[in-house]
Design a protein around this ligand. Structure first.
Ligand SMILES: [Zn+2]
Ligand SMILES: [Zn+2]
Length: 552
């Protein structure tokens, strides 16, 4: 009997975390990649700009990688491409807006790639895979789910989606096609778990448009509206309401200006003639004629809104009477900084409207009832929750079982797991390298645990540099020890402590000399140990100690 064909699904990012989504689909010697996103660093990753998936597995199998397909243009789905394509230059497939946004990022970093625009419902071949894009609603236009027809069966990867019955751009999720595929039989469904903890249905984006209409009407002066740069639907609604109420619109913040330009050029934003104006022009108009759209809804320190709140923006000063609308929900971890920005805006005299006091935001992700609906439409044999932290995946797995997927056919996996499926059975068959690659400035992956640990120590207790010049032959200290410190104690008020510290260093050096030790690394570690013990005793702090011993 011939061996049963096998299909492997290998998540390389996005499981157990929000961000850096990436999934490899493998059949024999063919690999297809779905999405290639980045993640923003966690608080303890000091100085790190972004985090991207570890693609060691793909590099080891580079001759089998046939292409990358993209669900939509959010950073957590396309943001790692400028880095990954440098190492793995394979064709990329996506919808028009997704590729339009990607192109800007690639150009910025001088990366060339073969980009193929695909329309929803078009089926195209990549190696042995027949790939199909299925329209879904989300907080960015042109989002799709991806069906991959493989020799083992059909898999559907939902991407980020919501079921919006009245989407702003009129592009409803393609329920028909999902149901059709469900009828024919779907082997595996991989679905968005972001809101798996939230009961009910996710509301239509159009709700926000209504709230805009009311809040804009109540504002007597200028309106400053902050939202995600890429939420084209929301920008569209703000522009429409502004126009209706006779206000002009100005866009502030580099990433939002970018998105508005790309979306407008590609026909995803409808901006009536004359509505969009430059900021200097807006500054000359009376307040009640102006809406400023801006970035910074997450309290990002360099963003336009944060600068405005701190009176640090070159062109926009918050003045009493301004209405500031923060049309977003803080991503977990950002709550504090967002709250600080709100406080600061109130201090400047603005009237601030934010999520906890108004329905100024709806999610772009499906809630529990929507998730059930997706599973019921597709009726997969196997189910894998993706795109979420661990508890969200667990919750989503429970939902799948509730609606009738067999418990043994539901897999809560981790990044790097190899999920192997035949037509009949599925199992975790192994593990490949997966994890985080940290990007700091131009360095990709050169900052690892050791560097992060040093940064953490420096940030907590500072640094002490001990400089001493020795005549090795005579075993004599010629100059020093001098101690320079940063971030440890205020030197002028700690003369005595540092004096004693110098004495400790000196006696450690003397001890080495007495014993005839001339091994540099040993002497350094003696100095470090003696000084470290002394400082901990005196201060209960552990600064980084850097002995520099010079010889004449
Ligand atoms: Zn996402
Ligand atoms: Zn998204």
């Amino acid at each position: 009997m011939a061996r049963e064909p096998k299909l492997s699904l290998i998540p390389l990012g996005g499981l157990g975390e929000i961000g850096k989504n990436m999934m490899a689909v493998r059949f024999g010697e063919n690999i297809l990649i779905i999405d290639c996103g980045l993640m923003f660093p966690e608080e303890e990753m000091l100085g790190i700009d972004i985090v991207i998936p570890d693609i060691t597995y793909l590099l080891e199998n580079r001759e089998f990688v046939r292409g990358i397909v993209l669900t939509h243009g959010h950073e957590d789905h396309i943001g790692a491409l400028p880095y990954v394509l440098r190492q793995l230059n394979v064709p990329v497939y996506g919808t028009k807006l997704t590729l339009g946004l990607l192109q800007g990022k690639l150009k910025e970093r001088n990366v060339n790639a073969l980009l193929n625009t695909v329309k929803p419902r078009n089926i195209f071949q990549i190696g042995p895979f027949r790939v199909e894009f299925i329209r879904v609603s989300h907080s960015i236009p042109d989002a799709v789910a991806i069906a991959v027809h493989t020799p083992v069966g059909v898999i559907i990867y939902t991407g980020d989606f919501k079921f919006d019955q009245t989407p702003v751009d009129g592009q409803v999720t393609d329920f028909n096609r999902l149901a059709q595929l469900g009828d024919k039989g779907v082997l595996v469904l991989l679905s968005d778990s972001t809101n798996a903890e939230i009961p009910g249905y996710t509301l239509s984006e159009r709700m926000v448009g209504k709230t805009f209409d009311d809040t804009f009407r109540q504002a007597n002066e200028r309106i400053i509206l902050a939202t995600f740069a890429s939420n084209v639907h929301r920008l569209q609604q703000a522009i429409k309401v502004a126009h209706k109420q006779g206000r002009k619109v100005s866009v502030v913040g580099r990433s939002m200006v970018n998105v508005v330009n790309v979306a407008y050029e590609l026909g995803y934003l409808n901006i009536p003639e004359g509505v969009l104006i430059e900021l200097d022009e807006a500054n000359r108009l009376p307040g009640h004629k102006v809406v400023i759209l801006t970035t910074g809804s997450q309290g990002e320190p360099m963003s336009a809104l944060t600068r405005m709140a701190l009176s640090d923006h070159r062109q926009v000063d918050i003045v009493p009477g301004d209405t500031v609308i923060i049309s977003a929900t803080p991503i977990p971890g950002n709550e504090k900084v967002v709250a600080r920005v709100i406080d600061q805006l109130f201090k400047q005299g603005a009237h601030v409207i934010y999520e906890s006091v108004s329905s100024i935001h709806v999610s772009g992700h499906p809630s529990q009832e929507d998730l059930k609906m997706m599973i019921n439409l597709v009726r997969p044999k196997f189910f894998v929750p993706v795109h979420g932290e661990y508890r969200m995946l667990i919750k989503h797995a429970e939902i799948a079982k509730d609606v009738g997927v067999l418990p043994q056919n539901v897999f809560v996996a981790e990044n790097g797991h190899v999920l192997e499926f035949t037509r009949r059975v599925g199992r975790v068959s192994g593990r490949v390298t997966a994890g985080k690659v940290l990007v700091d400035g131009l360095g990709v992956g050169d900052v690892g645990n050791v560097v992060l640990r040093d940064r953490k120590q420096l940030s907590q207790d500072g640094i002490l540099i001990v400089v001493v010049t020795i005549n090795r032959e005579a075993g004599l200290i010629v100059a020093g020890p001098d101690i320079v410190s940063r971030g440890f104690v205020y030197v002028r008020e700690s003369e005595k402590l540092l004096e004693e510290a110098r004495a400790k260093v000196k006696s450690a050096l003397d001890l080495c000399a007495d014993r005839g030790i001339s091994e540099w690394s040993y002497i350094k570690s003696q100095v470090r140990d003696a000084l470290g013990r002394f400082l901990y005793e005196k201060t209960r702090r552990r600064p980084m100690i850097l002995p520099i011993i010079m010889e004449i």
